[in-house]
Design a protein around this ligand. Structure first.
Ligand code: SAH
Ligand code: SF4
Ligand code: F3S
Length: 447
């Protein structure tokens, strides 16, 4: 095999895709590829795509369009698309018909076979499409595959794959298959190894971590899994993503409160504050149920930061429904809101619903939501001024090289002046907060 072949991998979408890309790179390395950041020098280009909103798909497709000239310059270049977008039949057809310079696609269930797939693709010029749909196939569990992690001090660990919830707007269950949990021993071993190797931050991943373990031969709850993980000795923080409110239990909150190494942050997507819309979304909770969860969290951990996701303009959302979302924001006083304009996804029930809203209504609602959130988050952060917080340094700030960025145990971003001649990346620092903005804090490192 020729040495020094290079692979360029670009990841769109969520942390699950980021984690998958680390496995994809690990498998590419077993085939003699080294990673490169330069698309021009790559022998293999892979785009790991997302389908959650139209914008994500259009971005992946337009970036793919830019590869045409690279392929013309270097016909030996192999181009592959993978992940959630190409897992959809209609997108696979689009790629087949409109992107002839894409050599191969593989779906989200192909990871265990990726080594063989690469062998086939690299040894012939035939175009290939390796996609298995999830209608009959529950999906694989990735175990024992090589992983090339991007960072040494923080790591993603998938604890389960797929989603069974079928929220009516969401494409994920169709492109990621049914819920399947990894064995707890395997997870605990992986986390233990990471912590032994000096990793400081572990993020457990699943589309709905709260339903972890229900499918195991001897069922175990997510709270019990966390309890086992937190037995590991060391200086580290455990985070997790994402929780569905319908399955969030007080037992989970109790375990978090019991262990100081559990992050003081909970991402709990509310999606809407209107019970009518929540019902149409198939979310299985009311706004009141959601408020009770926030109260229970803050009762146990007063310092906890709560963040959420909100969809604006679900089909049929009235002004009154939207006001209830704003009211829910006032009630829960979220530390962060990820807000999205509803995007119809082909094949989901909501895409068939009447009551799509005009562009100007969507824009107006989004602007009102952002304005309110800016106010609430700034007020929350101002309460931290004068406090000294522990945070994990993540290196130079993306916006100002004179500053370093760090994250607190509650997930808040802090910028602080870079000390001369000290590389603090991957280390815990104590920072005294001087200034508060809506999405970040500014402070000074304490000795
Ligand atoms: N499993 C996670 C993540 C799902 S995708 C969860 O349940 O929270 C992340 C967010 O994208 C969702 O919480 C939702 O707010 C948003 N989202 C999903 N589908 C969408 C769509 N069709 N249009 C707009 N936003 C969407
Ligand atoms: Fe999508 Fe709902 Fe599953 Fe989250 S829980 S991935 S929003 S279907
Ligand atoms: Fe996107 Fe797939 Fe994640 S659709 S949000 S990359 S699970």
């Amino acid at each position: 095999m020729r040495s020094n072949r290079f692979v360029y991998i670009r990841t769109f979408g969520c942390q699950q895709n980021e984690a998958d890309s680390e496995t994809i790179l690990g498998i590419c390395e077993t085939r003699g590829f080294l990673p490169t950041e330069q698309m021009e020098e790559a022998d293999l280009i892979l785009f790991n795509t997302c389908a959650v909103r139209e914008h994500a798909e259009l971005k992946a497709l337009s970036t793919t369009g830019q590869l045409k000239h690279l392929k013309e310059k270097n016909p030996a270049l192999k181009i592959g698309l993978c992940g959630c977008m190409v897992q959809q039949e209609h997108r696979k057809e689009d790629v087949k018909n409109k992107y002839p310079y894409v050599d191969f696609c593989f779906g989200t269930n192909m990871m265990p076979r990726l080594g063989e797939i690469l062998d086939e693709v690299l040894s012939s010029s035939k175009r290939r499409f390796y996609i298995e749909d999830y209608k009959e196939n529950p999906g694989a569990i990735c175990e024992g595959l090589p992983v090339e992690r991007k960072f040494s001090y923080k790591a993603y660990v998938s604890i389960m794959y797929g989603c069974n919830n079928f929220c009516t707007y969401c494409i994920v269950p169709y492109v990621r298959g049914r819920e399947r949990s990894r064995e707890p021993e395997k997870i605990v071993n992986e986390v233990e190894k990471l912590i032994r190797s000096g990793c400081k931050e572990i993020t457990l991943l699943g589309q709905n971590v709260n339903s972890y373990g229900k499918d195991l031969p001897s069922p175990l709850s997510f709270a019990e899994l966390l309890d086992r993980i937190c037995q590991i000795q060391g200086d580290y923080v455990v985070k997790f993503m994402t929780s569905h409110p319908k399955d969030a239990t007080l037992a989970l909150f109790d375990v978090m409160a019991k262990y100081p190494q559990m992050e003081r942050h909970f991402h709990l997507p509310i999606q809407s504050g209107s019970d009518v819309i929540l019902k149409k979304m198939n979310r299985h909770y009311t706004a009141k149920d959601f408020f009770a969860l926030c109260d229970a969290l803050r009762e146990r951990m007063p310092e906890i930061a709560i963040t959420t996701d909100i969809i604006v303009g679900f089909p049929g959302e009235t002004e009154e429904d939207f006001r209830q979302t704003l009211a829910a924001m006032e009630q829960c006083r979220f530390d962060g809101v990820f807000s999205f304009i509803y995007s119809p996804r082909k094949g989901t029930p909501a895409a068939e619903l009447p009551g799509r809203l005009p562009e100007e209504v969507l824009k107006d609602r989004m602007a009102r939501l952002l304005e309110l959130q800016q106010k609430i988050a700034t007020e929350n952060n101002e309460k931290l001024i004068g406090k000294t917080l522990r945070a994990l340094c993540e290196g130079e700030s993306k916006t100002d090289a004179a500053f370093l960025s760090a994250r607190t145990d509650s997930g808040k971003l802090i910028h602080f002046p870079k000390p001369e001649g000290e590389d603090l990346t991957g280390q815990y620092v104590q920072i005294k907060i001087r200034e508060a903005r809506a999405i970040m804090l500014i402070g000074e490192k304490q000795k």
